[in-house]
Design a protein around this ligand. Structure first.
Ligand SMILES: Nc1ncnc2c1ncn2[C@@H]1O[C@H](COP(=O)(O)OP(=O)(O)OP(=O)(O)O)[C@@H](O)[C@H]1O
Ligand SMILES: [Mg+2]
Length: 660
């Protein structure tokens, strides 16, 4: 389209220039034609008037003197006439008058030389009984100049007889000048030319250029001349010609303007397209956002809300735009919110750049909105200043997040956390309770047996009774104290506190548990053997817990021998050995029924027990305690690989403790 337009413009401009030039040309040509026509007519009229003026000289009755006077007058009034001759019928000159406004005519050229011409014209005139011109001829003067002349032969008639001729010599240049005097030639050079083109005379102030030439035939009696008007204007050149220059300038300006317009148009179109794209992008972004967007002017009136915001508060955009107290503010908080808004929208300090968000804006603040249906929703608001193209702040843009779900999840997770903690506490309490009941069994059982023994003694008192009773009471006291320690240590153990570890001699450990072990052994008829070398170093341990381990293992061993083992073989062996520079090994060996593979698998599992009254916590506690000291608890059953068939295989539990 643009190419077509430009082409059209070029064509129109070309045409314009062409038309202007051709108009110029035709105007110049027309002018030349007009001048030629005018001057040719005027020349013809001059000649006709001249011939009329000659009439008085042709009267038959005119005297020679009168003729001379009249001829003189005529030569004065008509400068184009140079010479007048009155001739007889044979051609002889009877009277002669010559103009005094020029040099004498026939000096270098003799009159007789042109006589044939005159004869021809005169015979023509005689035949036609009308004036006739000779051909033109050149009369040279002294000094190199000359003049082109024509002779007019007028027949003199008297009563129908030819009485002679009047011969008048016409100067062609003068004839042209006199014609020009009546018809202005303007910027043209005028000349009389012969039909063959040779120039006879010229007049006019300018020189013709030969471009715009017009010719007209001037009919003279018996002869015709051609008048040529030649304009001094040359072919119109493009630039110096004002009109063309104007047209050209205008068209160039027009072209430039069209180009500029086109470029501007294209840029505008591009900018518009980019703008439309950016707008569509922004619109899509706003519509797809789940974050509510709200813009306010500096007076706090809402100027914009996005669909997400409308959905959040449940009001249509029309109900929100322009409001300073929006309908989603809780009624009882309007005053508080208004004050808060006023503080936030207050003009900022001069040194603070308009575009920097406030601290509160960056970090956001939480507030409460009311939906249209009355539901209250907690929201987070993040604000940033809205700055126009000139860097002037025009308002505030806020991003609003509905944090209802977030709050709900937080509440839920808080509740769950609480429940979890409660159940964890419960589990701990349960664990502690079971451990306590397990560990307290022994001291309580011991106290119970001391108590029943004391009662027995009191029923049949003798001399030893007071001493024995005192001892029994002491033991009861010790066991009660021990129970207290157990409770403390189990409590500590459950709380996973740092255990109170100390260096303890191995003998001391065994001594502490032996009375209880013996008490139990006596009940089931088992013997206790000790294997304690002197050189065993002290170990570093929590004394009470390790005593519990020893007690548990001993109790398990005695219990294992209670059923199957014959009374004679019921021996429980407690041993201590140094196995390594840093480790001391304790062993508890019984002669019980041993541990089968299916029991061995689940031996240390808490609450696994094969006994009706067993809790199944003993071994799991032992292992935990030993491992907490850095040692290991293992067992072997049968004790001897080649035990006699029929006899009990027995079991040995071993554990290690670090040396002190
Ligand atoms: N020396 C042993 N000889 C044979 N079986 C044993 C021996 N020690 C433990 N067991 C088996 O391992 C099981 C688990 O022992 P554990 O000491 O953990 O629990 P328990 O003795 O049954 O009950 P309690 O909690 O009162 O000690 C026992 O029930 C028993 O079957
Ligand atoms: Mg046990």
């Amino acid at each position: 389209m643009w190419a077509a337009l430009l082409m059209l413009l070029a064509v129109v401009q070309g045409l314009l220039v062409m038309l202007t030039v051709s108009f110029e040309s035709s105007r110049a040509q027309d002018e030349a034609e007009a001048v030629a026509l005018e001057v040719a007519g005027e020349t013809k009229r001059q000649v006709t008037r001249g011939i009329q003026d000659l009439q008085p000289l042709t009267w038959p009755a005119i005297t020679p003197l009168e003729w001379d006077v009249r001829a003189e007058q005529l030569l004065q009034s008509r400068r184009e006439l140079l010479r007048l001759e009155r001739r007889g019928p044979g051609g002889a000159i009877s009277s002669l008058a010559e103009s005094r406004y020029g040099p004498p005519l026939f000096t270098r050229l003799r009159r007789s030389d042109v006589e044939p011409e005159i004869d021809t014209a005169c015979s023509l005139a005689r035949r036609a009984a009308a004036p006739a011109f000779t051909r033109s001829y050149y009369v040279p003067f002294e000094g190199g100049t000359g003049v082109e002349v024509m002779d007019l032969c007028v027949p003199l008639l008297s009563e129908g007889r030819m009485t002679g001729f009047l011969v008048a010599t016409w100067s062609l240049p003068q004839l042209l000048e006199s014609a020009l005097g009546a018809a202005p030639a303007g910027r043209h050079e005028l000349s009389l030319v012969e039909s063959d083109g040779s120039r006879l005379a010229r007049a006019g102030t300018r020189r013709g250029v030969g471009v715009y030439v017009a010719e007209r035939i001037v009919d003279l009696p018996a002869r015709s001349l051609v008048l040529r008007a030649d304009s001094s204007a040359g072919r119109p050149s493009l630039i110096p010609n004002l009109a063309v220059a104007l047209v050209l300038g205008l068209s160039v300006a027009l072209t430039v303007l069209a180009l500029l317009l086109a470029r501007d148009f294209r840029r505008r179109a591009q900018a518009e397209a980019a703008l439309a794209e950016a707008l569509a992008f922004r619109k899509a972004m706003e519509d797809s956002l789940s974050t509510g967007l709200r813009a306010r002017d500096l007076d706090g009136r809402i100027t914009y809300v996005n669909p997400a915001f409308c959905a959040m508060v449940g009001f249509p955009a029309e109900a929100l735009l322009g409001t300073a107290v929006p309908p989603y503010w809780p009624a009882e908080r309007v005053q508080e919110y208004t004050q808060r808004q006023a503080a936030r929208l207050a003009p900022r300090a001069a040194d603070e750049p308009a575009s920097s968000p406030t601290r509160a804006g960056r970090e956001g603040f939480e507030t409460l909105f009311v939906r249209r249906d009355g539901e209250r929703i907690p929201v987070m608001i993040y604000e940033a200043p809205l700055v126009d193209g000139n860097g002037v702040q025009t308002g505030w843009m806020s991003a609003v997040l509905d944090v209802t779900d977030q709050r709900r999840v937080e509440e839920l997770s808080r509740q769950q956390q609480e429940r979890l903690q409660a159940s964890a506490r419960l589990a701990t309490v349960g664990e502690m309770a079971s451990l306590l009941s397990h560990e307290l069994n022994q001291p309580l059982a011991a106290i119970a047996s001391y108590a029943s023994a004391s009662l027995n003694m009191l029923e049949q008192p003798d001399a030893h009774t007071p001493g024995l009773l005192r001892e029994a009471m002491q033991r009861v006291g010790e066991q009660a104290e021990r129970a207290g320690r157990v409770i403390r240590s189990v409590h500590d153990f459950v709380r996973r506190r740092d255990q109170h570890q100390e260096p303890v001699g191995c003998g001391a450990l065994l001594d502490a548990v032996l009375p209880l072990v013996r008490l139990q052994a006596r009940k089931s008829g088992a013997r206790i053997e000790l294997d304690l070398p002197e050189a065993v170093p002290a170990v570093r341990c929590d004394r009470t817990m390790v005593e519990q381990v020893l007690l548990n293992l001993a109790r398990n061993g005695i219990q294992a021998m209670e059923t199957a083992t014959p009374l004679a073989q019921r021996v429980l062996r407690l041993g201590v050995r140094q196995r390594h520079a840093r480790w001391v090994e304790f062993s508890v060996t019984d002669a019980g029924g041993g541990i089968g593979p299916e029991v061995a698998e689940r031996l240390f599992t808490p609450f696994f027990s094969t006994r009706a009254e067993g809790m199944g916590l003993g071994l799991s506690l032992c292992r935990t305690v030993v491992e907490q000291h850095g040692g290991a608890l293992e067992f072997e059953s049968p004790v001897h690989a080649e035990h006699a068939p029929g006899s009990c295989p027995g079991t040995r539990f071993r554990f290690t403790l670090p040396t002190a």
